[in-house]
Design a protein around this ligand. Structure first.
Ligand code: HEC
Length: 185
């Protein structure tokens, strides 16, 4: 007697678990969105404050020390891991892993082809726990990531001393810079 109901039950359970899966990934996306929003907001505030107070050379520490410290705090608070990564990275510690590299390549290709990149927090392809947001170069960023021949002497020297293999220069406003990559545990 139970047998005829089995397909219906199986379908019911499949639909339910798909819905639960979707709900869970929505929840994870919400956590990732919060983490990325917080990091972006706090970094922007620190960077602008420090640029005004200490000039670009003095603000290098914001990207070098404050970014990891702020990330670590958000990681603890929200139980996530956060990374800022790029194909052209300044600090080798920020180098992309295989999945990030693949995604960054696809995004860079899309942008060169004139496509609009995803603006919001987006899931990694084929990964329910990982999300990203694209980073675009703004005018303020160019003080430390722009053309190294027109960069302030102090910034150029300090960057060369700390990052001898710096790849994160030569950007223009509006260029695709990389992603903030968040894994929700
Ligand atoms: C005052 C100089 C300075 C400014 C201004 C600056 N950065 Fe950076 N940026 C750095 C330094 C230094 C690092 C290396 C940080 C580290 O050691 O992890 C870095 C690293 C990064 C990284 C991590 C990947 C990598 O290359 O190592 C991203 C992404 C990034 N910056 C984006 C930006 C964006 C976007 C802006 C503008 C909103 C910006 N930066 C403005 C100095 C700066």
């Amino acid at each position: 007697m139970i047998k005829p109901y089995l397909p219906a039950i199986t379908i019911f359970l499949t639909v339910m678990s798909a819905q639960l899966g979707a709900a869970e990934s929505n929840q994870k996306q919400a956590v990732a969105t919060k983490a990325i929003g917080q990091l972006g907001q706090e970094m922007r505030k620190k960077l602008i404050e420090s640029l005004q107070k200490n000039g670009p050379a003095g603000a290098i520490d914001v990207c070098a020390k404050d970014a990891p410290a702020i990330s670590a705090r958000i990681e603890n608070e929200l139980n996530v891991t956060i990374k800022r990564t790029s194909l052209r990275y300044r600090n080798p510690r920020n180098a992309p892993d295989a999945a990030e590299q693949h995604l960054l390549g696809a995004l860079a290709t899309a942008q060169s082809a004139g496509e609009k990149l995803p603006q919001g927090v987006t899931a990694f392809p084929n990964d329910r726990n990982r999300f990203y947001k694209t980073i675009t170069m703004e005018q303020t960023c160019l003080k430390c990531h722009g053309d190294s021949t027109t960069m302030s002497e102090a910034v150029r020297k300090e960057l060369a001393a700390i990052y001898p293999e710096d790849k994160a220069v030569g950007y223009k406003e509006g260029d695709f810079r990389g992603i903030i990559s968040v894994t929700v545990k």
